[in-house]
Design a protein around this ligand. Sequence first.
Ligand SMILES: NC(=O)c1ccc[n+]([C@@H]2O[C@H](COP(=O)([O-])OP(=O)(O)OC[C@H]3O[C@@H](n4cnc5c(N)ncnc54)[C@H](OP(=O)(O)O)[C@@H]3O)[C@@H](O)[C@H]2O)c1
Length: 220
Amino acid sequence: MKLLVLGATGQTGQFLVRQALQQSHVVTAVVRTPSKLTIHHDNLKVVEANIFSADSLMEHFNEQDVVMSCLGFPISILSRITGYTESMKAIVASMRLAKVNRIIAMTSWYTQTESAQKASWMVRWLLIPMIRSILNNMYEMENYLNEECEDLDWTTVRPPELKTAPETDKEILTYDGYFVPDQDGIPITNSVTRGDVARFMLSQLNVDLWVKKSVAMVTK
Ligand SMILES: NC(=O)c1ccc[n+]([C@@H]2O[C@H](COP(=O)([O-])OP(=O)(O)OC[C@H]3O[C@@H](n4cnc5c(N)ncnc54)[C@H](OP(=O)(O)O)[C@@H]3O)[C@@H](O)[C@H]2O)c1
């Protein structure tokens, strides 16, 4: 397939690009600093564009089969995070113009505020308050896709805490919710490797199960 990857220079994005190339996909990595992507491959094209501008993105979307996003934006104490929604609006406009129908994008567990009530004390009262502004904008992006992008086959993939390590052969557990619960409804406390998030995202290329849905995932 022809995949357009956003956030390809990031920690998860690089695992995704490598695995996509290993699976013989043809990858266009849309980045802001091409020199940051150190992967070289005949099936990899690296282009520079502004993720917040459909005018800038548009030309790279022609003839792509699927858009995959591992974009992430840093915590800001002084201002609201808007990167997820602002970039997604430009991405969606470009998809519509280029008639690309499928997008798989990363968000996180606990994007909805109330969903963390059963999380551990540490997660609920220390971690989440630190990243709440990021989670809020991810939640807005998920709602934008759900409410305003019925014409597109979107999936948002919600992982828990990420570790920088390659893919494993562990079983991937999924759940239609804001986290993956155990049999008592308590969030499973495992983290997941960035390689396994990339593995799961790529596994969705030929699967309709999570189309027009957000899916929480973790490894067993
Ligand atoms: N950390 C966790 O435990 C955790 C858990 C669940 C979900 N997540 C989410 O998972 C996603 C991926 O995480 P990650 O750690 O792999 O991300 P990351 O390493 O921080 O990579 C972020 C990517 O977004 C790109 N980006 C950021 N701002 C940009 C801009 N203005 N223009 C163009 N590109 C821009 C970066 O490009 P540059 O390389 O040019 O900066 C980079 O490629 C993020 O949304 C993160 O919040 C994280």
